[in-house]
Design a protein around this ligand. Structure first.
Ligand code: HEC
Length: 219
C-alpha cells in the first residue's frame, strides 16, 4: 500500500514538474495582462473625488481651447465673408475644428440644445435633465462635472447669446436675422429651430464626455 502511494505521489510529482518545466518556458510571460493588473490597482488607489477634480480640470482646459477656436473662427469668418459666407463656413467647419483635440485626448466635445439648428445637436439621455436645471437658472449657472457612467464623466456648461453677433444668425427672422440669410440657413438646415433668440438667452450647452481612463492617465 505504502509503495503504491509513493508511486502515485511520484507520478503526480513528475507530471506537475513536467508541466512547470516543460510547458512554462514555451509560454511567454503575459506582460500586457500584468500591466493591466497594475493599472487596475492604481485606479483603485485613487478616490472618486480625485478623479472628478482632475476630470473637471481636463474638461475646462479642453473647453477653453475649443471656445477660443470657435470664437476666433466665427469672428474672422463674419469679418471676411459676411454673415452669409460665415453660415456656410460654420456649416462645414464647426466641429471639424475640435476633432483633433477630441482625438488626441480621447474625449468627446459637442454643443447640444433644446432647439437645434443641426439635428445632431439634440439633447439626449442625462443631458435633458442637466438642461432643465440650466433653464431654471441660466445666468448663474457655470460649468459642472458629474458621473455619466462607471467609466465616463460628463462636463456641461451653458452657452448664452452673449453678443449681438449671434443674433445675425439666431435672432428674430426679418429683424436681426435678415430674411435672405434665414433662407440660406433653411436650405442647409431644413429643420432649423435656432432662431428668435434675444441677448442673454440660453442658447445651448457644451457637453464634454471624458473617459475616466483619460483622467487616470493624467494623475
Ligand atoms: C454666421 C452665422 C452664425 C453666427 C454669427 C452664430 N451662429 Fe451659432 N450656428 C450657426 C450655424 C450654421 C450652426 C449649425 C452648425 C453645425 O452644423 O454644426 C450653429 C449652431 C450653433 C449651436 C449648436 C446647436 C445647434 O443649434 O445646432 C450653438 C450652441 C450656437 N450656434 C450658438 C451661437 C452663439 C452663442 C453665437 C454667438 C457667439 C452664434 N451661435 C453665432 C450659425 C451662426
Amino acid at each position: 500500500m505504502r509503495t503504491l502511494k509513493n508511486i502515485l505521489f511520484l507520478i503526480i510529482l513528475i507530471v506537475t514538474c513536467g508541466y512547470w518545466l516543460g510547458c512554462k518556458p514555451d509560454k511567454p510571460v503575459d506582460r500586457e495582462a500584468i500591466k493591466k493588473e497594475m493599472e487596475g490597482r492604481e485606479i483603485k488607489r485613487l478616490t472618486d473625488a480625485e478623479i472628478m477634480a482632475k476630470g473637471e480640470e481636463i474638461a475646462k482646459q479642453s473647453l477653453n481651447i475649443t471656445q477660443q477656436t470657435f470664437q476666433q473662427a466665427l469672428t474672422t469668418a463674419v469679418e471676411e465673408q459676411g454673415v452669409a459666407g460665415a453660415i456656410t463656413y460654420c456649416n462645414t467647419n464647426a466641429m471639424e475644428m475640435v476633432k483633433k483635440l477630441e482625438d488626441s485626448l480621447g474625449i468627446s466635445i459637442k454643443r447640444v440644445t433644446n432647439k437645434p439648428r443641426n439635428p445632431a445637436d439634440s439633447l439626449s439621455g442625462i443631458e435633458k435633465e442637466i438642461w432643465e436645471a440650466y433653464e431654471y437658472a441660466p445666468a448663474s449657472a457655470s460649468g459642472q462635472i458629474q458621473e455619466l457612467s462607471s467609466t465616463e464623466l460628463i462636463y456641461t456648461k451653458p452657452i448664452l447669446i452673449s453678443a449681438g453677433l449671434c443674433l445675425n444668425c439666431h435672432g428674430r427672422v426679418g429683424e436681426e436675422l435678415a430674411t435672405e440669410n434665414h433662407q440660406l440657413i433653411t436650405e442647409l438646415y431644413p429643420a432649423d429651430q435656432a432662431t428668435g433668440y434675444q441677448l442673454g438667452d440660453l442658447r445651448g450647452m457644451w457637453r464634454l464626455v471624458v473617459p475616466k481612463k483619460t483622467v487616470v492617465k493624467e494623475l
